[in-house]
Ligand binder design. Structure first.
Ligand code: UD1
Length: 338
């Protein structure tokens, strides 16, 4: 069965492609290489020892998408990762974000409906909840005004899909709201490849550990949490990738209870920045240089998932403890700096 994975050379995309191929799906990747590297394809092929097709397409090009589906009219499902994801950049250049993340989504859905292929998984984010009134955060939590154009594209993306599912009953879609994906494949053949100075905590930590950065700045230690630092739900990327296969199979096997569903994907456990540092020091057996810095604008204080729905309905749960996930991230960092 042929599955299209857009953004399949990116961080979560590449790990998901591996899981799909290992479950004997035939995968075609679309990626524009704007924030990824063609070498990732070699990594995927090495891990799976199978062929994976790749087409370099910019999804803002509707004609190119139509041509793609002419060639691959037997695609049975789409997992749509392709999007820009840097929060700061989205504030500086919102139109790029709205164009990149939303026009591509609209074109893809239109072309899919045109060929009568309707199983669609959307890569969403816990960012849609903003600062939730309660943790753990359930899927019923209120969607708060987005804190950045990036976050807004995820909210609007979900609305586009929801409205489309209402209007076109043949469309079957699932939005997956990720908490904080981390780590790398145990083979160390694929992992996260941030461009420039990493904005996210774990790549910054691993780059500091290998001497690429002098020290980690902990953004604020005066938050109303036990140790004063912010709390997140760090989910191992391979566990996250497996959830995509589960979600896709739910659609393919027509098990969904409605034609639009939403699931949180996290571990259900919140960890503070200080706890992450401690965990990292434990697994790396080295001290991590850090200093306390001022708060980062737009940071939420506490976000971790209520995972009951994903556990019970999707039959999926996170398996990998934080220490183990951090160890894969460190091994990957060392490998790419060799
Ligand atoms: C960030 C984005 C979020 C996006 C997600 C994707 C912001 C405000 N939010 O989420 O919209 O969906 O990435 O992965 O950018 N931290 C430090 N020092 C650092 C880096 C981070 O102390 O150098 C802290 C942050 O303050 C936060 C935690 O580490 O408390 C996690 O940060 P990060 O990895 O950037 O993830 P999010 O803020 O959850």
């Amino acid at each position: 069965m042929k599955i299209l994975v857009t953004g399949g050379l990116g961080f979560i995309g590449s790990h998901t492609v591996v899981e799909l191929v290992q479950k004997n799906y035939e995968v075609v990747i679309i990626d524009d290489l704007s924030n990824s590297d063609e070498k990732v394809l070699d990594g995927i092929k090495q891990i799976t020892a199978k062929d994976v097709q790749f087409e370099k397409i910019d999804l803002r090009d509707r004609g190119a998408i139509a041509d793609f589906f002419d060639k691959h009219s037997d695609v049975q499902g789409v997992i749509h990762f392709a999007a820009s994801k840097a929060v700061g950049e989205s504030v500086e250049d919102p139109l790029i974000y709205y164009e990149n993340n939303l026009s591509s989504l609209v074109y893809l859905l239109k072309e899919l409906l045109a060929i009568g292929r309707t199983n669609f998984i959307f890569s969403s984010s816990c960012t849609v909840y903003g600062e939730a009134d309660q943790v753990p955060i359930t899927e019923e939590a209120e969607i708060k005004p987005a804190l950045s154009p990036y976050g807004n594209t995820k909210q609007i993306g979900e609305e586009i899909i929801k409205d489309s599912c209402k209007a076109y009953p043949e469309l079957n879609a699932i939005s997956l709201r990720y908490f904080n994906p981390i780590g790398a494949h145990p083979s160390t053949l694929i992992g996260e490849l941030p461009i420039g100075v990493p904005q996210n905590l774990i790549p910054f930590i691993t780059q500091t550990a290998v001497g690429l950065r002098r020290e980690l700045s902990v953004f604020g230690d005066d938050y109303p949490t036990e140790d004063g630092t912010c709390i997140r739900d760090y989910i191992y990327v391979v566990d996250l990738a497996k959830a995509h296969v589960k979600a896709l199979e739910r659609l393919i096997n027509q098990k969904a209870s409605t034609n639009y569903e939403v699931f949180n994907l996290g571990t259900g456990k919140g960890s503070s920045v200080m706890e992450v540092i401690q965990s990292f020091e434990r697994i790396s057996e080295q001290k991590l240089p850090y200093r306390i810095a001022s708060r980062r604008e737009g940071d939420v204080i506490k976000a971790f998932a209520d995972t009951k729905k994903a556990n019970q309905v999707l039959g999926w749960s996170s398996e990998t403890p934080l220490d183990d996930a951090l160890l894969t991230a460190l091994r990957w960092e060392k490998k790419i700096r060799e």
